[in-house]
Design a protein. Structure first.
Length: 458
């Protein structure tokens, strides 16, 4: 073990600039454009901004209230990451919050929340006057570890870039903003990509909107009880209902579990952060009840919900624009719960099905061009070897997706440059060749790709 630690330290030292570049934020491009589906809704008082560092990939989402809003919070789960939530428990009825910020990057993403406040001051929207100080609150999700291998996080520069391109009534869905690298279903080994969702409904003059980032340990479930998106275990057979997996806990969490026959009796850190907002004036107590009921209702759409490793946090907000009596608090809270379920369902992006090709062979000389060690992050390295016409990948220090740190995993060719693991997740690795030798490797090419740089040989 000691020898392995020393070898890894020498590898990091040899990697030099390649590893240092992966660890820093310098030169990252702040992307504030929309790259996918959106929800469009009629509510001029609510403006949305998103930003992402595609090099992560990771991002953030700003929900800005043009005329401030009253906000409460309801935190559940065992690992919340929040900013300024104590100020939401003081019971003030007057609208006080300028914005709510959702961010990737775990606790490092909390910088994005404070950056929105300083950005509002720097832009002259707020000042240092007692009743004009910018106020924002927010929460973060953990999107490091088993989903991406670098340590890039949404920072002040990204947050303020997103703040300056706010759009009224347009919310990007799926793998955008704070949902850029969100995942769901890890509790059952699904590890399916998720994202951010939104939904809107209007009852007379009362407006209701739900915004959510689903990075849940539990599995997204539709109103018929069906599994929405999952890398299924081969042993699940014809199972389509989340309830069947829940009913057979804890056995159903194992890859090798076999569903019981008809009539038989059965013997990863995540977070969902969300906002439910209305234009109806509710006061502190009414707003708090709205938040609690909606948050409780989310256990239908995400199963299981608020586990030990989840940091689930819901914000409830009112823009105080109308005093309508046409919609009771009982009806408002119940309808809002359904709107949140719609938002959760809208968070799941289309994840293309990987169909393994057959009959592909790659010449040994071509395979040898891929041999080397690739750095994907400060502590994420893959060693590629070739032996008798086969390519194998070994993770150094710790497992990387389906690549093991204990033994090399043989990969199957999908083309001359791309290979995959014949396992549950079909982890793919592709190579870029310059002058007869690979210069980089890409894990899972496409929307959620991870780029590794080949470390020069000493």
């Amino acid at each position: 073990m000691l020898g392995r630690t020393i070898a890894l330290a020498l590898l990091i030292a040899c990697a030099g600039p390649a590893v240092r570049a992966l660890a820093g934020q310098e030169g990252l491009v702040a992307d504030t454009s929309i790259h996918g589906p959106t929800l469009r809704f009629d509510w001029p008082d609510i403006e949305i901004g998103v930003g992402a560092y595609e090099e992560g990939p990771t991002g953030l989402t700003i929900i800005r209230f043009a005329h401030r809003a009253g906000v409460v919070v309801d935190s559940r789960g065992g690992a919340p990451g929040t900013v300024n939530t104590d100020a939401l428990r003081l019971g003030y009825d007057a609208p006080r919050m300028d914005a709510i910020v959702f961010s990737g990057g775990s606790s490092y993403g909390e910088e994005a929340v404070t950056a929105v406040m300083t950005g509002l001051k720097d832009d002259g929207v707020r000042s240092g006057a007692w009743r004009n100080v910018a106020l924002a609150t927010g929460a973060t999700i953990y999107d490091f570890g088993g989903r991406r291998l670098n340590e890039i996080y949404p920072d002040k520069r990204l947050a303020q870039a997103a703040l300056r391109v706010l759009r009224p009534g347009v919310f990007p869905l799926g793998a955008q903003g704070a949902g850029r690298m969100a995942m769901q279903g890890g509790f059952f080994g699904c590890l399916a990509h998720s994202g951010q969702g939104a939904a809107f409904r209007q009852l007379g003059d009362v407006k209701i909107a739900a915004f959510v980032v689903v990075n849940a340990s539990g599995m997204v479930t539709d109103r018929q009880g069906n599994i929405v998106s999952c890398h299924r275990a081969a042993s699940w057979s014809t199972i389509t209902k989340t309830a069947e997996l829940m009913h057979n806990l804890p056995l159903s969490r194992a890859d090798t579990w076999q569903p019981p026959q008809a009539g038989d009796e059965p013997t990863h850190t995540n977070t969902t952060i969300s906002l439910i907002v209305t234009n109806k004036r509710l006061g502190y107590a009414g707003l708090k009840r709205l938040a609690i009921q909606v948050h409780t209702s989310m256990a239908r759409a995400i199963q299981p919900f608020s586990t030990f490793n989840d940091g689930d946090t819901l914000f409830g907000a009112s823009t105080d624009e109308v005093s309508s009596k046409s919609v009771s608090a009982l009806d408002l809270d119940s309808v809002a719960s359904e709107v949140m379920w719609d938002a959760i369902l809208a968070s799941v992006p289309r994840e293309p099905t990987f169909i393994p090709p057959t009959g592909v062979t790659v010449p040994e000389a071509r395979l040898r061009a891929y041999v080397g060690t690739y750095a994907f992050g400060p502590r994420a390295f893959l060693k590629v070897t070739e032996d008798q016409g086969s390519l194998a990948v070994l993770a150094l220090d710790h497992d990387v997706f389906e690549f093991n740190a204990a033994k090399p995993i043989t990969v199957v060719p999908a083309s001359d440059t791309e290979f995959y693991v014949a396992g549950r997740y079909h982890t793919r690795i592709a190579f870029t060749v310059v002058d007869g030798k690979a210069t980089r490797a890409v894990l899972n090419p496409g929307r959620w790709e991870q780029v590794g740089t080949r470390i020069p040989e000493p």
